[in-house]
Ligand binder design. Sequence first.
Ligand code: AMP
Length: 332
Amino acid sequence: MSETVVSGIRPTGKLHLGNYFGAVQNFLKFQEAHPCYFFIADYHSLTTHPTPEDLGGSVYRVFAEYLALGLDPEKCTLYLQSDVPEVAELYLFLNMNAYLGELERVSSFKEKVRSQPNNINAGLLTYPVLMAADILIHHGTRVPVGKDQEQHLEMARTFGNRFNRMYNTEYFKEPFAIGSDEGLVKVPGLTGGGKMSKSAGEADNIYLDDEPEVLRKKIMRAVSDSGPAEPGSAKSQPVQNLFDLMALVCKPDVIAHFDETHKNGTIRYGDLKKQLAEDMETFVAPLRSRIQDMLNNKELVTKAAKRGAEKARESAAKTITEVRSMMGFRGF
Ligand code: AMP
């Protein structure tokens, strides 16, 4: 059976190395093998109340970056969620059969209630319903999500199945995770903690369009140990992070050399970082240049967004027409 992949992209500004290895590279693989719908989740982002300028700027940027990194508007459907109003209509329909109790039990919602008590809006509560609409509108069967999104995906199955039961049909298929966590690359940040993440701040992130000098300085300031560990001792977390970053961009013999010096207690972290900075620059330079070119090519980006919207609406309009008819909106 052919699988349809659907995935949302948060418009959160510049892409970092974690996004590249953890998301973009998977998308590039999927677009070769499956029908794919990738969308910038701009409706979803309204739960945080961005200004119109911030919203517009971030959406343009992330769309242009994904294009620059190789998403091909002819191979996949890359679009803005808000260009497809059928998604909002399906969201409305699904909301009528989504219950307060089940929505309140969603872990990500409970977490928001704790962390931002002053902005618990209905959009946050019904986030899983909108996500279900995003997927079901294209009959998506595979969704590249991590473990934290598994619960949302389960709800998408619940809402689809509930619709099927109500209208005595097998219309919606069940979507499942693809490549969820295991086997996926986890890119560490530069500040010695866990995953590279925007919330950890500028110093933690390597952005794909960082200028060479910025990139070099960030890496030279990365957290490591103050001196070599005892020969044979295990790597500390910050040092392991640096080795994990090297694994992404350095040659095997370079990594083997620093591994050896770590083992025998002669490692110099300044040398390691210098090498990592050089290899990272070699890796990032072509990506940076493609991103900059694309950001400046508004005509091309606009054309791609228009093409994506057309393709996405074609699929979505078919679904919504069928759904309306099944529900009894049939005109006179
Ligand atoms: P975000 O920018 O946080 O919305 O992340 C978008 C996607 O990028 C996530 O769903 C992950 O697939 C991927 N991603 C983000 N940070 C990392 C990371 N440090 N390592 C690997 N993948 C990541």
